[in-house]
Design a protein around this ligand. Sequence first.
Ligand code: AMP
Ligand code: MG
Length: 401
Amino acid sequence: MLELEEALRRILAAIPQPVSESVALTEAHGRVLAEQVWSPLDLPVFDNSAMDGYAVRAGDVAAAKPESPVRLRLVGKVAAGETSWAEVKAGTCVRLFTGSPLPPGADAVVIQEDTRVESSDAGAVLFLDSVKPSENVRHRGEDVKQGELLAQAGEVLTTGRIGLLAAAGSTHVGVGRRPIAGLLATGAELQEPGQPLGPGRIYDSNRIGLGVLLGCAGGVAKLFPLVPDKLDATRQGLEQALAQCDVVVTSGGVSVGEMDFVRSALERAGGELQFWKVAIKPGRPFVFGRYQTKLLFGLPGNPVSALVTFLLLVRPALLRWQGATDVALPRHPGVLADPLSNPGPRRHFMRVKVDAAGNIRSAGRQASHVLSSLAAANGLVDVPPGTNLPPGTAVQVIRWE
Ligand code: AMP
Ligand code: MG
C-alpha cells in the first residue's frame, strides 16, 4: 500500500507535457497560463490624476490655508480621455478629473474639496490647502514597468491577473489545453437519477459530484452510461471512454470482491495498472492505471471515498495536465473545537466544518457512505493514524470550495 505522497508523486510523474492553445482573455478564468507574459506598456500608461481637482505646481500653493487661500488663474480643463493639454505655468492651474493626464508643468493635484471657486471670478480658483509634489498623482510606470513580467507560465489565471493582462493590452493568452475527462460509474445497483428506484437499487451520486469537481479542476467532463458489474461491460465501457478522452475517472469496482472489475478490465483493454491501494481513509482501494498516454483513475464507489480521493489525487493530476505549477489544495490553519479521533492504521481525512474565526468542528459521522456529513463539511483535516487530537489542537484545514 502506497503512502499518499508517493502515490501523488507517481501520478504526477506520468502526466504528459501540456499542450497549449490560445484563448480569449474573456474565456481564460481558471485556465493555466502556458507562456510568460511581459508588459509591452508602462502602467499607468501616463502620469494622471488620482482625484477630481486641479493640477498645480506644488510650490505655488505651499502657503495655502483655509484662512489665507492662494488664488491661481484657471487656464484649462482636461477630461479623462482627452489629449489636448494646457501647460501649467507658475500662477496657473488646470481643472482635472480622476484619470485625466497630468498637464505638462504641473507636479501635484489639489483635490476639489480643498478649493473654492467664487461666482464673481470664474477664471480663478482659491486653494485652501497645500500639497506635496506628486500628491494625488499616479505616476507612469509606478504599478508596472514596460518589460516587466506580468504572469508566469504555470499560474492559474485569477480575476486579478486577467485584469492586469487586460490593462496591458492582452486580448488572448496561451493556456494549457483542458483534459477531456470521462466519468464512468460502475455498479449493478446504480440507477440513473430521475428514474424510479427498483428494489435493491440506489441513485448514482458519484458522476454528478465528480463532474463538478472535474470542472473546478479545469477538466471537461464527459459522462458515460452506468456500467453493470460484469468484466466485459466494464472493459467495453473503459475502451469507449479511453478512446474518447484524455483521462478516465471511474467509481466503484476497485475493491477485493469478485464483482470488482475495473483493474482486470483495464488490463484486458490493453492498459497497465500503475498501482492499487493508498494508505488513506477514506479511499484505500484507489487505482491508478495508464493506457498509452491516457490516464485512468479508479476511485472507490463509496461517495465520500470517491470525492476525497478525487481531491487528493485526481485534482492535482488534472491541474498538472494543464501545466499548473502549484497543484496543492488550498489550506489554512485552524483550532479544533471538537476532538478528532483516528484509532485506525491509516491517515484519516476527516470531514470538518470550520467557521470564519478558524474554529473547527466535526461535520458529523465519518463513515465513507455518509453524505450528510460531507454536505455539512467545508474542509478536511488530515488526522494521523492512531491519534486523538483534543480540542485546542492547532491543525491545517484542507479546503476545496
Ligand atoms: P464499490 O466500491 O463498488 O464496492 O462500492 C462501494 C459502495 O459505494 C457500495 O455501497 C455502492 O453501492 C456505493 N456506490 C458505488 N458507486 C456509487 C455511485 N456511483 N453512487 C453512489 N453510491 C455508489
Ligand atoms: Mg460496486
